[in-house]
Design a binder for this molecule. Structure first.
Ligand SMILES: [Zn+2]
Length: 324
């Protein structure tokens, strides 16, 4: 399911590893990066650095594609518990193999710990590498985008290109800050605040969180309804595609009301809609859902194999074999 939120990797503490020592604060934090892109990295009062649009940006416009500087894969270190962890030693091994210049770029990022440590930086900035992956990636520029529960950019890892991709999910005016969402988008106000406080060390005062309590309550209710539908669609749809299709329509209506504009989520539900419509023999509807799913994938990933596949289904749904 939707997994573009920043999910903290489990990190196993290993006593007095090298990371326990604080990083020197003697780094150049004034350097701006990426001139001539549609954004500029600037200091934001009370929020460290952030990315601000240096011109108007259209919804769907590609903002950034960035190769990870580090890829962190869990290794099995606890046979008794059968759990996998990213170890501090593993992180430091990779970090020490980087050039001095790349190490300095990492040191400039925000850390959840004070004073800064490499571990604290990774915890604050790593992204999940794909929806079901146990790996995570660290990207320098992508990490500079601050949080809002009503984001104007969406980010996601594209395995086919090994890039973190950031796209505008709304029209953005010059001078506006570009904001992504670090919290699970369908959590309630209090759950989102708890995640942000615990993992990132701040309270969110975005336009959704700062709304009057009654409005916030209504917003929470819609998110809860969406979560329930999201769980029921595969259960119901596998037994009764027609009923499942009705639930997909309900879920899409809620997404529209919430106005989250999240292409990965739309892709997921359009694809569900495609499969269910096809299952009901509603081929015209199936073609339309496949077309919309292809459009959402083009925003999330660009013109990848998945995008081409969905476009082919939009012309001929029979090309689709269940489960692919
Ligand atoms: Zn918020």
């Amino acid at each position: 399911m939707f997994g573009k939120d920043r999910r903290k990797q489990k990190v196993l503490q290993e006593g007095n590893q090298q990371d326990a020592s604080a990083i020197s604060q003697n780094v150049d934090e004034s350097a701006e990066i990426l001139p001539r892109r549609p954004f500029t990295c600037v200091k934001i009062p009370g929020r460290g650095f952030g990315m601000v649009a240096n011109r108007d940006i259209k919804k769907g416009e590609l903002i950034l594609e960035e190769k990870p500087i580090l890829t962190l894969a869990p290794i099995d270190v606890d046979n008794n518990a059968g759990e996998q962890h990213v170890t501090v030693a593993g992180i430091m091994k990779q970090y020490n193999m980087l050039s001095r210049s790349d190490q300095n770029k990492i040191k400039q990022l925000h850390s959840v710990s004070e004073p800064k440590t490499i571990l604290g930086i990774i915890q604050a900035n790593s992204f999940v590498r794909g929806v079901i992956s146990e790996e995570s990636v660290l990207c320098i520029e992508s990490s500079r985008f601050n949080h809002s529960c009503r984001q104007n950019v969406s980010h996601g890892y594209v395995a086919e290109k090994d890039v973190e991709r950031i796209v505008a999910c709304r029209d953005v005016k010059e001078g506006e800050e570009l904001l992504t969402c670090y919290a699970p988008p369908f959590d309630s106000y209090s759950s989102r605040q708890a995640v942000l406080r615990c993992h990132y060390g701040f309270e969110c005062d975005c336009v959704v969180c700062a709304a009057p309590p009654e409005e916030r309550k209504q917003n929470d209710k819609l998110r809860e309804q969406f979560k329930m539908l999201d769980k029921r669609i595969p259960e119901v749809g596998s037994l009764n595609p027609k009923e499942g299709l009705g639930l997909v329509a309900d879920a899409l209506r809620i997404l529209e009301k919430l106005d989250l504009q999240l292409a990965p989520l739309l892709e997921h539900h359009y694809y569900d809609g495609f499969q269910l419509a096809k299952g009901c023999g509603q081929m015209t509807r199936a073609k339309l859902f496949a077309k919309k799913a292809a459009e959402a994938v083009a925003i999330c990933e660009g013109e990848t194999t998945k995008h081409k596949k969905l476009l082919s289904y939009s012309k001929n749904p029979s090309l689709h074999i269940n489960g692919t």
